[in-house]
Design a protein around this ligand. Sequence first.
Ligand code: TRP
Ligand code: SF4
Length: 326
Amino acid sequence: MQRVLSGVQPSGSLHLGNLVGAIENFVKLQEQYQAFYMIADWHALTSKFDKVQEIRPAIQEVTATFLAAGLDPQRATLFVQSAVKEHAELHLLFSMMTPLSWVERVPTYKEKLQNSEADLGSYGFLGYPILQAADILIYKAHKVPVGEDQLFHLELTREIARRFHFLYGRELFPEPQAVLTQAVRVPGLDGRKMSKTYDNGLYLRDTPDVILQKCTRQMLSDTARVRKNDPGNPEVCNVFTFHKLFSEAATVAMVAEECPRAGIGCFDCKKRLAEAITAKVEPLRQKIEDHLAHPAHLDDVLEDGAQRARAVASATMDEVRSAMGF
Ligand code: TRP
Ligand code: SF4
């Protein structure tokens, strides 16, 4: 059975974009692959080295969300990166053989360095993609479900694998391929990408009230439609994009027909959207809260996952050390 590996940073609350863009995909992939899903707490340190107390609650929240969304801890291995120290050793070895120019040219590097509020001027942040390569290759993963923003990190991972094979003469690692999500990218309330940084998200722990408020008060619609009897244009309206993602086909068709002839007002339209989103999020939210009320169980799931992950990671490290002559 081929292996799949992916990682999520425990750096804040998960939102609808994380669910549709990543976690739902993880759930599907656990059927056909031997799946490893990692909570990348060391990666989260790149932006949270000065707020470490936030990491543990975020780990619990990601774990609760994984379970609530349908990941089965018997099938998929769910674990925390820092519980498998072998990742650190492989990261160190890779860091010695990776030319500095390879990491300096990672497109997200300079961009994030300049645009993030967190202080990313650390040595560790430059090495972020090398640690990610270690995460992937230590499990000899074939497939890596990620968003588009991670494609370059995967390219770098393949280059590191090739360089290792070339330098040490042992073909240890399959070249991992990305699995991109089919779903349209979920926009934020303001139409930009949904992101914690922009504070434009619908979070999986938002209650129905909060979802209603965010949809009716904060979500951007067709700005050219000022009064209720102005015709609107769904094609340029962010609310309609959300309808297409979360409403039933009949509602989408109704809005497409009524909006351009001013047959439905924006408030009603947004209220219906809030209902559709709530129908998806609310059952999940309740399960997340249930899981969070039983932290010992979450710890057990992660400890069990870490044991399974360690077995694979330490076998790979034996091969790596032997190939390098240690
Ligand atoms: N860099 C990924 C992100 O920010 C998280 C991550 C860490 C990851 N290690 C990984 C993803 C390994 C895939 C494989 O989303
Ligand atoms: Fe957008 Fe709906 Fe208003 Fe049309 S009715 S402009 S689709 S919010």
